[in-house]
Design a protein around this ligand. Structure first.
Ligand code: ATP
Ligand code: MG
Length: 632
């Protein structure tokens, strides 16, 4: 198939294109119209159609592939592997749905799910989908404050929690966090359903509120719960954005459009067909986890692998061992994950039989070229950079090997996915930027199926956050981009990551790329720091592949300055370089530049509740006091 033609049709004949794609899923009642767009930018896909995500992910496959594995949940934290066929998944999900119903949960009710990557998290999501309840999975690494914010926004009837998570062998009890969040919230749920793995056997039970999943399941085991057929545009689930730039937004997703987008992306982008195996290393709490640990692979009739554990436990070969054991065709991870492996022995990449593995997709943050080359050469597999957002739910930019494999250009996530009418807009003029010229990446609405329908309970915020940046009605990605002559798009960082040095506007992302090209550098964060003379100056925080002596660190830091000056010119030359052992990141692996900047300007680092490792910030404070490794 011809990619260009495939994409052209999706834009120029959207109704014909999507009507065809919609055949990939089961409709209880077919849609009466494919697209309704009389209230821009709000749009409705597959209007009047009735379907159900759980039916498409589970029931539909039982007859044809009941004994095929649907889900493999592997935990190196609890040393447990659960292999679940489609038939078993049907049972698990129905039992779970019966328990939800017994607690009075029904169509349209919100359910917050606060669980790690364990099989029951998937059962719970699908059970909600089955009965038309709207799930909102909150990443298990978030603390009680984050959880409380999301509870108050979603106002759930029920909260489902694991007794505990585990990270690097350390048990993290969830129940005290849930209790604290419920105490803090204005709208706590009526019930908390605890799924216990016995990791925290003595957790405190709140009388009248807390219920135990195993006990209730025993009462309802074996019940078949009828599927609730939903109109295509009813809410399927809510998912809050990472909060890298501020207060998280409750992304609302629909039922029919999302199911169709999942089905399309599985064959066209990830090249995974029914019966094949996909392994996403994400957490169920993120957008990738929703789409490519749960709904995508299951809607497609594939096998999904869910992994709980570090990428380095028991050793840095664990992902590749899983790929070999289950014959994974497509693995999906993040640049952060690969950078973790890059600090380990590269021979782990070649220790296992990866003959069935075809692709490694990476998403979530910029994929720097050295990391892309390292993993591409180390594995000898196709590496595809994927650009998307929680808001879109599936890739915006990618290559599509299931349609036509175009050449990889490292540094670029590639070409638009079907349905995405992308443009790069010059911020100053509002005009389309010429090839090679930097602008803001925007989507010409209507947004394709699968993308958010609105911000939960806040249409106004949907409009003001995404559609108010230009005189034309355009969805702003809030990311900088450049398109080359071949239509490949390069992402240059967030629009709020631009710094102004003596009147020159510099993207911190470009400076980071340049520093990462130094062979000793593992990762770099560049921020703009206030400067009396120049307005702002670029300041670098970098981690090295191998910690050296203070002297050798100073030498490397000096070379970084030179590298930037050589590649980007003297104006971009950073004022200072600090070598650190770890960079502050969110739990989703994104750099917390705003906190780095605040510390470097001796300000309060702000909301740190999404911070992964508090030690990273302490270290930043220490190096700031100690002084730079290079520069003034
Ligand atoms: P918030 O919107 O709450 O501030 P966030 O933007 O970090 O949080 P996500 O939706 O998880 O939340 O992240 C999407 C963003 O991640 C994109 O807008 C982009 O900045 C970045 N991103 C994702 N994939 C890529 C990629 N392949 N290359 C470059 N940047 C990427
Ligand atoms: Mg965002």
């Amino acid at each position: 198939m011809d990619y260009a033609e495939f994409h052209r049709r999706s834009i120029e004949e959207p109704e014909a294109f999507w009507a065809e794609q919609a055949k990939a899923i089961h409709w209880h009642k077919p849609p009466t119209s494919i697209l309704e767009y009389d209230n821009p930018p709000f749009r409705k896909w597959f209007v009047g159609g009735e379907t159900n995500l759980c039916y498409n992910a589970v029931d539909r496959h039982v007859a044809e592939r009941g004994d095929q594995l649907a889900l493999v949940a592997i935990s190196t934290e609890t040393d447990e592997t659960r292999e679940i066929t489609y038939r078993q998944l049907y049972r698990e999900v129905n039992d779970f749905a019966a328990v939800l119903k017994s607690l009075g949960v029904g169509r349209g009710d919100r359910v917050v799910i606060y669980m790690p990557n364990m099989a029951e998290a998937v059962f719970a999501m699908l059970a909600c989908a089955r009965i038309g309840a709207v799930h909102s999975v909150v990443f298990g690494g978030f603390a009680s404050h984050n959880l409380a914010l999301r509870i108050d926004d979603a106002q759930p009837k029920l909260l489902i929690a694991a007794d505990a998570g585990s990270r690097g062998g350390k048990v993290i009890p969830y129940k005290p966090l849930v209790d604290a969040a419920c105490a803090q919230a204005q709208h706590p749920p009526a019930h908390v359903l605890v799924v216990s793995r016995g990791l925290d056997p003595d957790y405190t039970r709140v009388e009248g509120r807390d219920v135990d999943y195993a006990t209730l399941r025993a009462e309802h085991a074996g019940e078949d719960v009828p599927v609730e057929w939903l109109e295509s545009n009813e809410p399927a689930y809510l998912l809050y954005t990472s909060g890298t730039t501020g207060k998280p937004k409750g992304v609302q997703r629909d039922v029919g459009g999302y199911a169709v987008a999942m089905a399309l992306s599985m064959w066209a982008i990830y090249d995974v067909k029914p019966g094949q195996v996909m392994f996403s290393t994400s957490d169920v709490g993120w957008a990738v986890g929703h789409s490519y640990n749960v709904y995508g692979p299951l809607v497609a009739g594939a096998t999904s692998i869910l992994y709980e554990g570090l990428p380095t436990t028991p050793d840095a070969g664990i992902w590749w061992k899983i790929c070999a054991d289950y014959g994974v065709r497509t693995i999906f991870s993040s640049p952060t994950g690969i950078r973790v492996l890059k600090k380990q022995d590269a021979s782990f990449l070649t220790r296992y039989d990866l003959s069935k593995l075809e692709y490694l997709f990476l998403a979530g943050e910029p994929l720097d070229e050295p990391t892309a080359h390292w993993i591409n050469e180390g594995l000898g597999k196709t590496v595809i950079d994927n650009y998307w957002q929680t808001e879109t739910g599936w890739p915006v930019l990618t290559l599509m090997p299931g349609v036509e494999m175009k050449p990889v250009k490292f540094g670029s996530p590639g070409l638009p996915s079907p349905g995405y009418d992308l443009r790069v807009i010059d911020e100053a003029t509002g005009e389309e930027a010429a090839p090679g010229q930097k602008g803001v990446l925007v989507i010409q609405p209507p947004l394709p199926p699968g993308c958010m329908t609105t911000v939960w309970n806040d249409d106004q915020r949907f409009l003001s956050s995404y559609f108010s940046h230009f005189s034309e009605l355009l969805y702003s990605s809030l990311d900088w981009a450049i398109r080359d002559e071949d239509g490949y798009t390069f992402i240059l960082g967030r629009t709020d990551d631009v710094i102004n040095v003596a009147g020159h506007r510099l993207g911190t992302r470009e400076i980071e790329e340049s520093i990462s090209s130094h062979p000793a550098v593992a990762e770099a964060a560049v921020i703009g720091v206030h400067d009396e003379l120049k307005g702002q100056v670029p300041v670098v925080f970098a981690t090295l592949k191998q910690a050296g002596t203070a002297g050798s660190q100073g030498e490397t830091a000096k070379q970084m300055l030179q590298t930037v000056a050589d590649q980007l010119g003297a104006v971009a030359r950073p004022a200072r370089v600090y070598v650190v052992n770890a960079l502050p990141k969110t739990r989703s692996g994104k750099l917390l530049r705003r906190s780095l900047q605040a510390l470097a300007e001796s300000r309060d680092p702000g909301d740190l509740s999404t911070l992964d490792d508090p030690n990273a910030l302490d270290e930043v404070r220490r190096v700031l006091e100690r002084g730079a490794d290079a520069g003034q």
